[in-house]
Design a protein around this ligand. Sequence first.
Ligand code: ADP
Ligand code: MG
Length: 705
Amino acid sequence: MKEILNVEAIFGENVFTPGKMKERLPKSVYKAVKRVMDYGGELSLADADVVAKAMKDWAVEKGATHYTHWFQPLTGITAEKHDSFVAHPDGDGKMIMEFSGKELIKGEPDASSFPSGGLRATFEARGYTAWDITSPAFLKESGTGVTLCIPTAFCSYTGEALDKKTPLLRSMEAVSEQAIRIVRLFGNTRATKAVASVGPEQEYFLVDKEKYLQRKDLIFAGRTLFGAPAPKGQEMEDHYFGVIRERIGSYMKDLNEELWKLGVTAKTQHNEVAPAQHELAPIYETANIAVDHNQIVMEAMKRVAIRHDLRCLLHEKPFAGVNGSGKHNNWSLGTDDGINLLDPGETPNENIQFLLVLACILKAVDTHADLLRQSASDVGNDHRLGANEAPPAIISVFLGEQLEDVVKQLVETGIAATCKEGGILETGVSTLPDLEKDATDRNRTSPFAFTGNKFEFRMVGSADSIASPNTILNAIVAEAFCEAADVLEQAGEENFERAVHDLIKEYLTKHQRIIFNGNGYSDEWVAEAKRRGLPNIKSMVEAVETLTTDKAVKLFEKFGIFTRAELESREEILYETYAKTINIEALTMIDMASKQILPAVIRYTRTLADTVIAVREAGAEPQVQSDLLKETGRLLAEAKKALEALKAADEEAAAMPEGKEQAFFYKDVVKEAMEALRTPIDALEMIVDKEVWPLPSYADMMFEV
Ligand code: ADP
Ligand code: MG
């Protein structure tokens, strides 16, 4: 019998949930905590002391020895510094374990060792972590034992955000405030706040540990820097939704269990398009918690893989020639009285509030397409965006037939009299049920697709934090709501209906160029988008400067999401990150080519040369062997030359001062030199004896997990 997993019993076991607080805290303290959680404000130090003690007692009962302020610096991954609860021995020599409200609320990591883009010089290193009461504390079990993790925001001494959470929280408040202005205009007096909800679908690859450890590129860069294609890729379309193999299944089972304990609502799992690629999706939740949970998911994916003698690759493009990994960021906005502002209802044409919200979102996305594009860029994602598998680097919105038709009517006549309906799908088999059909088909090629009652932003990279895309989404929608509310509040109640119609028509007319329902992967779309004047920002480094355009600074400062200094520091960090990442990749290639691949090829040429001599001595003509030797020699020479060129390019790049120019040099010169080295080496892999090739092949890695 298989052991029974009781999901209800384990769910949230390792989380200090509001439920546990309710049980363990005096009523008045619990109420105070809830109030701050829901409506902001500050918890008194006395109350924080009580919460800290309850949290520590719970954690210690569960075996925790340490606590940490868990935060998300601009490295894109999480950071933690562990402190034990050990305080001091009592008179009898027994250790007292303590955790105070002050320790719960505030931490003081050395800010100078995290990227700050010049906001913090090393001599003025003070930085603070501040407890994010809206995201529950949790226990992490790892090699160090059990640690109480307290989600925190990370700021400098002077109050600048040094992390991804602070701007996200600011953006959530901004969009909430503006959304409430909109619903008030439609007579809603109950709602007090609006909450952005997010459900991120996470893609990942699994490879066998033994093979992983033989590949320095996977170890250092998270992706293969060399590798000839396997005889089979994804062309048979047999992996997507295919039967989950035993070993992978047992990994998924463990992962789910771990995530459920951590309060993550792991919901969907399946094989993805590329061989060895999989996906996990949780149920959507408040943006802030979804961002934290996505970090927990990524960490758990890696940790659980190690237990199964596997390695989890979150890189956006671990293998050339097959699909890379992304993260579909599903986003919607709901009020605390239970209305999803993105729900069109049965007859969207009559739902004026929905149409206004939609018009605002289209305006926001069109106005700030460049920022959205930037928010989904990271070094790895450059291999996907614009390549032939992921959405192109052009932002456009898919609305589907039903809404597109409504928009068309509104633009043309100012009213949408009719609305396309879904109807019934007849299966044609009497024993099968007929199915109710959605009013709209799906479009898998759109970067920003309306999917029923939410938008799905599909550009985001698999390894990246989803904090930035959601910060941008909240910010740009807040701005559009604010501008609409300014106009409509001015109009007054008696003119409201007329004014709202005019505004919807105006926004839709002005911004309809952002709507595209066709095949986003086609060349025609690239040309058409150009004609429409939509930006097509092809790489991460080209996207960086969108953060400090006048339009962007105005937006962020208006809603207090970023200051200009914070934006400038982020730009600096992005250029540095890009340069450092490509440098590591280049050095890894140089290392592998010099110490592993070229020596192996040279050994192989010696075997070939010996064979040529032996065959000739035996009185035969070694034509084949000699041709092969020549071809190998030619590729070897090409590789050696490319290796020297890459070394020179990388040295030149590394000597440049950090910043934009250096980042562009890495993109334009060093990356090209890397490609030039990869080409002959991949060709060599196809002719050199597998016995002597020093690296596991694509086939070994993708088909033998
Ligand atoms: P798909 O068919 O595209 O995979 P799903 O319905 O399975 O779409 O949803 C994918 C993700 O979207 C899940 O994480 C789901 O919880 C989330 N999601 C569903 N509804 C909403 C919503 N209203 N707001 C935000 N995310 C949502
Ligand atoms: Mg989806």
